[in-house]
Design a protein around this ligand. Sequence first.
Ligand SMILES: [Zn+2]
Length: 325
Amino acid sequence: MSTAQESTASSSLPKFSRECPLCGSAGLTPAEISSEAYSLLECRACGVSFLSPLPNDYELACYYDEMYYGKNRKKFLTPIQIMVTAMTKSKWGKIQRLMVSGGRFLDIGCGRGTLVQKARAEGYEAYGIERNASPQHTEPHIFYKDLSECAFPDNHFQTIILFHVLEHLREPVETLREIRRILQPGGWLFLAVPNFGGAQARASGRDWFHLDLPRHLWHFNKRSLAKLLEQNGFHVQRTSTYSFEYDWYGTLQSWMNRAMGDENLLYAILKGERRFSAVGKIMRLAVASLLALPALINSIWDAARGEGGTLSMMAKKKELDALKR
Ligand SMILES: [Zn+2]
């Protein structure tokens, strides 16, 4: 859910794709999930699905308004925000295991910079990148620009994280190559994307909360994400398909979308949007409280079968500069 960071010139992709922009294969087929407004193509060679046509930079910018980021970058109502902040801090434990004391750490798509602040408080040299700064929020140690514009030195960072960012990028290959350049030999990339190959995505179809068209340009499964990483200079060391933070809510909202014909209305209510009647709010909050426990159990069951809603990979930079295309 974080924002996209682009690396090099981002207008080079054809608007309509005849070959897979990630692996170059011409074996494209319409994906099952399409609508009148948005079509997805699936690459039979690498398994990625992608939005076609891809929006241009101007069109994309229109989809990242203040409503997306939350007013003053406060994305949710206060109780939910406290939970999200607590879960973000718990991620730091996993990241810290990949680091030596005081190492350099970069959070691409860092949002409000919670992880950066946590790492700095513990003595690490941490930085973040975000697409836009609101006038009230220009945090220190966060670069409000594209990754390539930061011009970090070669072999600079020990660990880089890319949580829920890759699916937003127009040119994910360029970004992965830039990340590889600035990672130290043996450095770690820790990334997460919605799992398009998971049970939640399959069962929900167009109602899947994490489909998020047209902001999510790329839709990965285990095979396509691993292939993309391996082709661009990383060895995947560990894969998981569960995120408490994303999967529980994703299941709940997807069920409500399907059952009530909603389009993520509960999510809008939790963000504090004011366009709903009191009856509409109360009804949805009541339904959500009834479905919360079954949704949690279902999301854990999906993950136990390796079919959870979030795909996370820990990948190590390959020692030799042997990019295969
Ligand atoms: Zn492909």
